[in-house]
Design a protein around this ligand. Structure first.
Ligand SMILES: [Zn+2]
Length: 106
């Protein structure tokens, strides 16, 4: 519980293999039990955190990061920090975001 969802989503985006399937994205469960299906446009995810609590879960956040990463492969970034619930993590988040930016020339 020490990490805000934004941070967890970022970690998933950085480490997990997230694949697009039609309009949905498949995000591996961090507990190792299968994958969650995320539709970032609604947004919707079939994990308990979203379905039971109606919050934007870490899977949706992770997919949003992946989409942003792909959309801005030219190097520009429009990621807005929204982790207003825990301002103390913003420095690490910025570092992670820099690492996440697409190395399109690689
Ligand atoms: Zn979810």
């Amino acid at each position: 519980m020490s990490h805000p969802r934004q941070q967890r989503g970022l970690e998933i985006a950085a480490t997990a293999r997230i694949v697009k399937k039609g309009a949905a994205w498949l995000v591996p469960s961090q507990s190792g039990n299968g994958r969650y299906k995320v539709n970032p446009e609604k947004p919707h995810c079939n994990c308990p955190d979203h379905e039971l609590r109606g919050v934007k879960c870490k899977h949706i956040i992770a997919v949003e990061y992946v989409i942003q990463r792909e959309c801005h492969a030219d190097g520009s970034t429009t990621i807005t920090e929204t982790n207003d619930s825990a301002g103390n993590g913003s420095k690490d988040l910025s570092t992670e975001l820099e690492r996440l930016q697409c190395g399109s020339n690689a």
